[in-house]
Each structure stands twice: as structure tokens, then as C-alpha cells.
Design a binder for this molecule. Sequence first.
Ligand SMILES: Cc1cc2nc3c(=O)[nH]c(=O)nc-3n(C[C@H](O)[C@H](O)[C@H](O)COP(=O)(O)OP(=O)(O)OC[C@H]3O[C@@H](n4cnc5c(N)ncnc54)[C@H](O)[C@@H]3O)c2cc1C
Length: 503
Amino acid sequence: MKHLIAAATVAGFLLAGAPAPAGEYDCDVAVIGGGSGGFGAALAAARLGLDVVLVEKADRLGGSSVRGGVNCWEPGIGGTGIPFDLFKELKRQPNAVSIYSFGRHGGTFDPKRETFRYPGGETVSDPTRRYFDTLERHVPPGQKATRAYRGEHWHGVPFEPEAMAKTMRAMLDATGRCRVLLNTAFVAADASEGRIRSIQLSNGTRLCARYFVDSTGDGAVCAAAGCRMMFGQESRERFNEPDAPETATQRVNGVTLIYRATPVKKPCIEPLPEGIPAKCWWRKSFVGAHVNHYPNGDLNINMLPTMEGEEFMRLGYTAALAECRRRVRAHWHDWQTRIEEFRGYRLSWIAPALGVRESRRVVGEYVLTENDLLAGLSGQKHADIICLADHMMDTHGGHSKHRGELTEPYGVPYRCLIPKGFRNLLVACRAASFSSVAASSCRLSRTMMQLGQAAGTAAALAKELNMDLPAVPADRLRAALRQQHVQLEHPMPDMLRSHVEKE
Ligand SMILES: Cc1cc2nc3c(=O)[nH]c(=O)nc-3n(C[C@H](O)[C@H](O)[C@H](O)COP(=O)(O)OP(=O)(O)OC[C@H]3O[C@@H](n4cnc5c(N)ncnc54)[C@H](O)[C@@H]3O)c2cc1C
């Protein structure tokens, strides 16, 4: 990797004792944002021989999966490439990862077997299950997602966030070609005529690259470069989506501040901090939550949601985080007060970052819509599908609409990663080119990692073939992804199945 620090600035740094030298980095591909998408992009590109710089504004990798506390990969197709490699690395460490099955659920309360109605849903580690069992969510025609079906078919991957962050870092370091800049934010882009020339970082340096990947979650690089963006719900007419509202709105999926509870020897109700009401003040009653057990048995509590998306946008990030911290304390107090079982735990951690499910999205060369999800792989005609997904459309908050499970997987075309009109920029995160309805299904962590894997692979091919990113031949990209054990067909081909079964 070429790493150039401007001599004059270094001299200035030495003479003046300034905290950080201004200078310039140069690399093949700059990935901005070190969450699931950014990790996938940086790892794929570095493994394929590119010099990579990964820029992350936080103090560790993992994004929503680590600092947002989203400690699990939900059941879903397509976790066979980099996500599976990551799983295998985690599995070598004690209590870093497990496989879950569904436990109790308030909606299927059985008074003969359970002493109370669980205030949401619960998943528990299940040592009888394997990674392969986690790779399907859709419910084929003729079947229903009953309690029995979920118990038999739906399994996810809970993990310990710190282990996730460290393992991501170790895998990137092992390539020897990825320079990770933590505590460093993207600030501005120098872009014109569909091309980014360089970006400005918060440490005063300029980062030049042949290719850029925006994995900031909210498309910060794309927006700064002048890409067309979407926000809120699109009207039904815009993409002809049956479940979109009649007219466009500014509504977005709700946000959640995830928290953790740890078992204690002496059960008690923890006191509420002063100034926080015991009664719910932000809606009629306290929300239900989804609870995943961590591999060590702690509880990961995901309120559905902690705050409406519109309120989050109105308050702004800092005020919303402060308000959500108050709501978390009230929520936990309510659970401990009403349900004896939770007195055996203490609130041990509140995620340092809000879990944001949806923000602005890029208008790409293709926009994935509800019609793709409903058509499924058998009905889609795209030649450039680079990953599969099968999660239901899933919105939390006042405008939530239960659309039921998908009946087959669908594919995401490479063009969803290409901001319209741009030549050297890809977007590999939840801000990719999805309609609001499609994003509610597509945003899962493993799907984002797959987008990243495709983006990093496309950059490597573009360099090899000396071309711009939109020109990368779809058949070459798909072939390169298959070589990396990415699932592009359903049912899973036998060769791939035997690879994943060798866990
Ligand atoms: C509450 C909640 C629960 C969820 N539950 C599940 C679940 O159970 N299973 C599942 O699979 N998915 C779940 N999801 C979805 C999934 O976690 C996210 O959609 C996914 O992790 C997003 O990945 P990403 O790479 O797009 O963004 P992120 O993981 O958010 O990464 C973006 C990264 O970019 C960095 N960044 C942002 N701006 C800058 C900048 N200017 N400069 C440098 N870096 C920057 C951020 O710090 C962050 O690290 C959930 C999401 C939420 C919010």
C-alpha cells in the first residue's frame, strides 16, 4: 500500500507539535464505515489482492452489530460467504457465538406449560443446531409460520459483540493489505462528473483511491458526492408497490436502544433513577421486546421499538439517544416489577449507539422494490444478482404493517450498489438502492455483509480489467462470488451445501 504523508506537513507537525499530521493516503479501494457492509467489502477486496483503507468513525469495528448491540444474525438465506468464514472464526473462541432456536412467545402463550405470558418473543441457545440450519427464513407455499414451524425451521446466530469486533479486525489484519483507521470520520468528498477523486477525513488527511465504497449505513459519502437520495416511504405509484402508502411520507422504521441483562445471585427490583417516571410516558403502554440470549446466557433486549422513526428524526441523534436511555430504564423497571423472572437479572449494559433501522437511501442504477420480493428468484429476470435474501418485510412503529412471510428467496442485483451515474463509487450498506418497503426486508446484517462482499469483489475485478465499476461484467462477478462460496441459487447447490456442512 502506498501511504504518503506530505513532507511539509510532517515537518510542520514535528515543529509545532500538532496532534495529528495532515497528509494523504493512497489506495486501490477506500471503504468508509466498518459495520457489516464495510467489513465484507474491505475483506473481500483485500483477500483479492487490493490495497484497502477502511475508515471507521467509532473506536471499533462492527457498527450496528457491535455498538448498536444487535447481537444476532436472524435466520435467512445467503450467509454462506464471508459471514460463514466469520462464524467459523468466532466458533473457535469460548462463548463467542452459538445457534439459537425459538423459545417462549407472548403470542403463543400456553398456560399449561408456562407460568406467565412472555412480554414479546425469546430465542435460546440450542446446541443441537448447526450453522446450516440458520440459512433459511422464507415459508414455502402451503406451509404456515406456526410455533411448531418456527421451532423446527428458524434458527439464528447470536454472538458476543466484543468478540465480533475483535474477530473482524483480526480477519482484516490477516490479509496484510487492509489498513484500518479507527476514530476517523469521513468529512467531505471531492467529486465531479460521476467520480470521487478523494475524500477528506476528520484527522486532517485526504484519502485518494481508485474506487470508493460507502458503507456508512446512511449513505453519507453518496450524499456528500451529490448522488440522488431517497428518504421516507415512497408513494405506491413511484415503484408500483402494492404495500406502499398512497402518497409519499417522511416515515421511517422505528429505532431501538438495545440493552443487556445479566443473571444475579440475589433477585431484586433495581431502583429507577431519579426523574424517570415508572409509567410509560411516550405511548399508551410499554412495548414488547425481542429477547435473544447471548452465548453466555445473558439477555439481549430489543424493544420494538424504543422510539418512532419520525420522533428520532425530529429530535436528532444526541437528544434521541438521551431520551432512549431514559425509556430503557423505565422499560426494564416495568419488566422487573411485573415479572418475577426478570428480578433474577440486572441491567448490565446499554448499547452506546442507537439501533437505526432506516435512514436515507441511494437511488441506484436499479432500485430493488417490493415487486422483486414478491416475484422471488423464480420471477426475477436480472442477470446481475449478487446475493440472496428472504426476510419478511418488517417495519416497527406506528406505521408497521404485517405483510407475512415471503414464500421464496429473492435476489439483489449488482446495480443496487451503483449510485446512478457514478463510475467509481459503490454503496454497500442499508443505504443501498432499495425502496423503503424493500429495505425493511433487506437490511439484515448478513445481507449487508454479502453486499459488501460483492462490492469488494467488483472493485477487484474492475482493477484487474482496468475499468469503471458499472462496466464489471455480471457473469464474471457472479463467478467470482461463487468461488468465494456465495449462494446465488436456490435450492443451495450440493457443493456449497457440503462446504457449509463442514462447519
Ligand atoms: C434495533 C435493530 C435490531 C436489528 N435486529 C437484527 C437482527 O436481529 N438480525 C439481523 O441480521 N439484523 C438486524 N438488524 C439489521 C442490521 O443490524 C443492520 O441493518 C445492519 O447491521 C446494518 O449494517 P450496515 O453495514 O449497513 O451499517 P452499520 O452496521 O450501522 O455500519 C455503519 C458504520 O459506518 C460508520 N460510519 C457512519 N458514518 C461514518 C463516517 N462519516 N465516517 C466513518 N464511519 C462512519 C458507523 O460508525 C458504523 O460503524 C437490526 C437493526 C436494528 C437497528
